[in-house]
Design a protein around this ligand. Structure first.
Ligand SMILES: NC(=O)c1ccc[n+]([C@@H]2O[C@H](COP(=O)([O-])OP(=O)(O)OC[C@H]3O[C@@H](n4cnc5c(N)ncnc54)[C@H](O)[C@@H]3O)[C@@H](O)[C@H]2O)c1
Length: 345
């Protein structure tokens, strides 16, 4: 299958590119190369004759038409987005532009291409979204695919809007769409502004490890390679028009995650004090959702997919990867906003 992957130079998109090439698919990686992109993430895959790269903005309709006409994909996997909640608090405009207008522009281009080829039934537009569209849970309960949308940050509101657009293009124009909403990812090539890489890199340099609020916010952590595998499963086996929640079955508080990284570093990169002594509680994010949890029943029963990596295994693999790949992350620390506290409103 030839897959047009948007956002393939980002964290999750690049994992999908690598997995798709390993699985024998052809890949066209479409990415605008924003601050969050890194082509080194796909350096291995880029050696394949089945890989092509197109630098383009998903808001640029003419570029999208040219790319569809040139490459004639069998499917689209749409991951390009502004993805950092803290940045969405400081500058929501970019999130509205890329996540909403960009998704609309991509849907229109995909629709024109699909209609121009007499609407092949096996074409797929797979929209990759987040569990944050469902809002915040209390101590119990899980998000199912039927949970009403209740986004609470500019980021999650823009992703919710994009989900609605994708469903509307499926219902109104018959575009063969499928959606997925997943929980927090982590793993290799994670941009160093996000919690897990940020904590690993700050701990390595002996700096304070910032934990928002009291650290009690719960996330369901999904190893990125498991997610890439799930996404390719949804693309190939998912039912038309349906959405699938993807979780890691690994609920942990932020404080547990930070303490877990500290214990791993105490073992594999010991210093003369426990790394946990660096933990510093800082002002909470405004509107910080308390808990996300995924009910994985649908993807487990209908598509027979389950995550394979526990959070303990994944945190260790991830920490070891950052220790071994300073050449990847060091230059990224110079990018705009990285290492600064963002989103305090
Ligand atoms: N990271 C998570 O934990 C998580 C969880 C659930 C869902 N998601 C969703 O998965 C997708 C990928 O997330 P990620 O963490 O890999 O994001 P990321 O920020 O690491 O990567 C996003 C990529 O999209 C590209 N991009 C941004 N704006 C663009 C535009 N206008 N045109 C073309 N390319 C553009 C960037 O250059 C970058 O390479 C997003 O849609 C996100 O909402 C992420």
């Amino acid at each position: 299958m030839k897959i047009l992957i948007t956002g393939g130079a980002g964290f999750i998109g690049s994992a999908v590119v690598r997995q798709a090439i390993r699985d024998g698919h052809s890949v066209v990686n479409l990415d605008a190369l924003t601050y969050a992109a890194c082509l080194a993430n796909v350096a291995e895959a880029a050696k394949s004759p089945d890989y092509a790269f197109e630098q383009a903005d998903i808001c640029d309709a003419a570029a999208l038409t040219r790319i569809f006409d040139t490459h004639q994909p069998d499917a689209v996997m749409h991951l390009a987005a502004e993805s950092h909640v803290d940045r969405s608090i400081d500058g929501p405009g970019a999130f509205i532009q890329t996540n909403i207008t960009g998704t609309y522009t991509l849907l229109q281009a995909a629709r024109a291409y699909w209609e121009g080829r007499r609407q092949p039934a096996d074409f797929r537009f797979h929209h990759v979204s987040t569990d944050e569209v469902f809002g915040s849970l209390g101590e119990t309960g899980q998000f199912t695919e039927e949970t009403p949308y209740d986004p609470r940050s500019p980021y999650s509101a823009s992703k919710a809007a994009s989900d609605h657009l994708v469903r509307a293009w499926g219902e109104t124009y018959g575009l063969p769409v499928v959606l997925s909403n997943c929980s927090n990812n982590y793993g290799p090539f994670h941009f160093p502004e996000k919690l897990i890489p940020l904590v690993i890199l700050k701990a390595l340099s002996g700096k304070p490890l910032p934990v928002y609020g009291d650290g009690s916010n719960v996330r369901d952590w999904l190893y990125v390679e498991d997610h890439a595998n799930a996404l390719l499963t949804v693309l190939q086996k998912g039912e038309l028009g349906r959405s699938y929640n993807i979780g890691g079955e690994n609920e942990r508080t932020n404080l547990q995650i930070v303490e877990g990284i500290c214990s791993i570093l105490d073992e594999i990169r010991p210093v003369n004090h426990p790394h946990a002594e660096l933990i510093t509680f800082v002002a909470d994010r405004p509107g910080h959702d308390q808990r996300y949890a995924i009910d994985p029943a649908r993807i487990r029963t209908e598509l027979e997919w389950r995550p394979s990596v526990t959070v303990e295994e994944g945190l260790r693999k991830t920490t070891e990867w950052y220790l071994a790949n300073e050449g990847w992350w060091r230059p990224l620390l110079e990018r705009d906003g990285v290492g600064k506290r963002l989103g305090v409103a």
